[in-house]
Ligand binder design. Structure first.
Ligand code: ADP
Ligand code: ASP
Ligand code: MG
Length: 418
């Protein structure tokens, strides 16, 4: 007998028929004798609707009330799934974050889980074979109010619960049947990977592959949670679906569990990036701190930073990216502090995309970046900025070329070939 966590995303619980299908996945594992905790998302589109309502009520609003509103989507699905399971004769009950409790920090809207007391859930596993249906995306903050974990946060709820109950496996069920070499919606030739290392998955997720929330991958890595990404749309009773060691899907695992390591494993992209350039910034010590300090204080996430060396030696150009949603906030801060920051002009551009090439094999191979640049040049795509790390190259381009760039990079490293 094992302990399992099964997480179902928004599309997988999009209507009652789909919730019934989810219940069949749960039943399969219960019938096999396993103890099961299920983590559910809000029904597809629900969270966006709730976020929209908060904005309509007031563009600037209390983050604690935002959490009270947006956490409700998951509460509905947890109750509906518990009802459906009960109807099938399975002992089940729903749990909201505060009832368990799942304790978070106080960062309403983007809280981090700090502690989960899973003892009552485990007691009910043992005493009455009860399935725990847990509302994802939410917990309780130190101020005793509901907190949400940031968009996509149900993945993190699932992995955290898996760590807390020492689960043998955490299955993330979604609308694709695994992690692909790139987003299959953009490149139909993308291939499903049998395995991907924690490090690579972390980069893929941080660089835009939204199949897993970044924090969930971090937690899986730290707590060594055996995590699979798999499809909820397959027939729950098809052969192999209940395979304990090798369920269909992609395993996120340690690097040394991967036998044949490719140089490049995947391509990720993130749309809605914006670029800001400050022209003729005074070239003196402390200038970067003067610019980026106030942006950080305002919670603006600055990403790619390029500083040119000036010809004259007394002034330089500073260019960096921010999420498009933060552009007006960032420019307002920079314009207000123009005198202290000492620059001549501010230019900005939105509608950009960051495409990234990811692979652990880059550590020991040269020429990976040059290949990317050549592939983009061959399609006439202009590069606006580049950043690299040990296992990734990120390139900023015009958003109109997103699909073209992703497919070009996917092809040039042979990711479409078996
Ligand atoms: P859920 O609602 O189940 O949490 P998400 O929409 O958050 O699902 O994540 C699944 C989506 O992630 C897929 O439909 C797919 O379009 C997208 N995606 C992006 N990159 C990848 C990738 N490399 N592999 C698989 N899916 C990806
Ligand atoms: N419902 C939340 C969202 O849409 C959390 C999740 O689905 O993971 O972001
Ligand atoms: Mg998701």
């Amino acid at each position: 007998m094992a302990r399992l966590v099964l997480k179902f995303g928004g599309t997988s619980v999009g209507d009652i028929a789909r919730i019934q299908n989810v219940a069949r996945h749960v039943k399969r594992e219960v019938d096999a004798g396993h103890h099961v905790a299920v983590v559910v998302s809000a029904m597809a589109g629900k969270t966006n609707e709730l976020v929209g309502w908060c904005r309509d009520a007031s563009p600037i609003h209390d983050a604690r009330e935002y959490d009270a509103v947006v956490a409700s989507g998951e509460q509905v699905t947890a109750g509906l799934l518990a009802i459906t399971l009960q109807k099938m004769g399975i002992n089940a009950r729903s749990w909201q974050g505060w009832q368990i409790p799942i304790r978070t920090d106080g960062a309403h809207g983007a809280a981090r889980i700090q502690e989960i007391d899973a003892s009552e859930i485990v007691r009910r596993f043992e005493a009455e074979e009860q399935v725990a249906v847990i509302a994802g995306f939410q917990g309780i903050a130190p101020d005793n109010r509901i907190a949400t974990l940031g968009r996509g946060g149900s993945d993190t709820s699932a992995v955290a619960v898996a760590a807390a109950i020492a689960a043998d496996r955490c299955d993330i069920y979604t609308d694709v049947d695994g992690v692909y070499t790139t987003d299959p919606r953009i490149e139909p030739k993308a291939r499903r990977m049998a395995r991907i290392s924690f490090e690579e998955m972390l980069e893929m997720a941080s660089l835009g592959a939204k199949v897993l929330q970044v924090r969930s991958v971090e937690l899986a890595m730290v707590h060594k949670v055996r995590t699979f990404v798999r499809s909820s749309f397959e027939d729950p009773d098809a052969p192999g679906m209940g395979d304990f060691d090798n369920p269909p899907g992609t395993l996120i695992c340690d690097e040394d569990e991967i036998v044949e390591q490719q140089v490049v494993t995947g391509i990720a992209y993130s749309r809605d990036e914006a670029q800001i350039s400050l022209r003729r910034v005074e070239d003196r010590p402390g200038v970067a701190a003067a610019i980026f300090g106030p942006l950080a204080d305002a919670g603006v996430n600055v990403d790619m930073i390029v500083q040119n060396i000036s010809e004259s030696g007394d002034a330089t150009d500073m260019t960096f990216t921010v999420p498009a949603g933060d552009l007006s906030k960032a420019t307002a801060i920079l314009e207000k502090a123009k005198a202290e920051m000492r620059y001549d002009a501010l230019q900005s551009e939105s509608g950009l995309t960051k495409v990234s090439v990811i692979g652990i094999g880059m550590r020991s191979h040269t020429g990976v970046a040059a290949t990317a640049f050549k592939a983009l040049a061959g399609r006439g795509i202009n590069i606006k900025a580049i950043t690299t790390s040990e296992i990734k190259i990120s390139i900023l381009i015009d958003g109109d070329y997103t699909e073209l760039a992703v497919r070009a990079l996917h092809g040039v490293y042979g990711l479409d070939k078996v």
